[in-house]
Design a protein around this ligand. Structure first.
Ligand code: SF4
Length: 323
């Protein structure tokens, strides 16, 4: 498979006000991230709130310019493309279909919005495309004259998917696509996304804190912590043999399917650190059960592991025997 989307050492630094009379400080939302996404695959991007997932999503969509490195689409910098070229390549599906759909617009207007914004075709084309998209996402065409408030949560997310696909993009960035939905409709939406991927040859970047969803549909997984990818592997290897202590803690925090066992201890003793004042050395060291003295002073480097990498001193060549 060929690489369709790639980031090379990409960073995004925000200057944040420190308060009245205080100096502005730098927030490294994304800090030197390199990922590749192969055509037709699903890359799962997981991590806690504040780890940089949403900033990554915005950069992959061309909505946020990186402050360092580059985002490449088919080898071409995304930042060099005009808005129409970008919109034809990559589209988003957002978390909350309640807030991402304009309540005053009809479903037809919502689904065809990208075509109208980018002036692709005319009114007759837009109506035809809207009907085609409704068929594609399994919604009756009669809803085209309805408004979002007349639809259920699952139906609204189908509308959001129809809108994302109206431009016939190659890549879809799915930002927590099911987390605002009832459990009963989550699997329907996930199955729809997987069917569409098969049918249209789509590539997904799936941003989620729900590891069960990621395990179900991702081909590869990247685990993000304070702006860094700390482990990246194919899904089976990562879930079967997690190496980074943070990945292990994340997996341990997933609800067990056995009744009565409850939520296992995530082993993350300390709270998620303030991204404005990240810990020195390995940024995970205040929460790490395996931390060693030099972890608090020396940042770990990525170490090749399996077909990906892990970023932890435990796996540095001289220390492999103690992992
Ligand atoms: Fe833990 Fe040290 Fe590895 Fe960081 S480098 S994850 S603190 S063992």
């Amino acid at each position: 498979m060929s690489v369709i989307l790639e980031t090379r050492d990409v960073s995004c630094v925000f200057r944040v006000s420190g308060g009245f009379m205080a100096k502005k400080r730098s927030l490294h939302a994304v800090n030197g991230v390199s990922i590749t996404v192969e055509k037709g695959s699903v890359l799962g991007l997981v991590g806690e709130s504040g780890c940089g997932k949403s900033t990554m999503a915005k950069m992959l969509l061309g909505l946020q310019a990186p402050t360092g490195g580059a985002v490449l689409f088919d080898g071409e910098p995304l930042g060099d493309m005009d808005r129409l070229a970008r919109a034809r390549r990559v589209q988003p599906i957002f978390q909350d279909p309640y807030s991402s759909l304009n309540p005053r617009k009809s479903i037809e207007d919502i689904v065809t919005l990208p075509l109208r914004v980018h002036k692709v075709g005319g009114p007759a084309d837009w109506s035809a495309r809207a009907a085609e998209m409704m068929d594609l996402v399994g919604l009756s065409r009669r809803y085209l004259t309805s408004y979002p408030s007349q639809l259920s949560g699952g139906q609204r997310q189908r509308v959001a998917i129809a809108r994302a696909l109206a431009m016939k993009p190659e890549v879809v960035i799915c930002d927590e696509p099911t987390s605002a939905l009832d459990v009963s409709v989550q699997s329907q939406i996930l199955n729809l996304l997987m069917d569409l991927r098969q049918e249209l040859g789509l590539t997904y970047v799936l941003i989620s804190h729900d590891l069960a969803v990621v395990e179900h549909i991702a081909s590869r997984v990247a685990v993000m912590y304070l702006g860094r990818i700390v482990e990246e592997k194919d899904t089976e290897t990562l879930f079967g043999n997690p190496q980074h202590p943070y990945t292990r803690a994340l997996l341990a925090s997933v609800l067990t399917p056995e009744p009565g066992k409850g939520v296992p201890d995530a082993q993350l003793g300390a709270a998620f650190p303030n991204p404005l004042a990240p810990p020195p050395g390995c940024m995970f060291h205040p929460r790490c059960v395996k931390a060693m003295p030099h972890c608090s002073t020396t940042p770990p480097q990525p170490v090749p592991s399996g077909d990906g990498h892990v970023e932890c001193h435990l796996y540095a060549p001289a220390r492999k025997n103690v992992a």
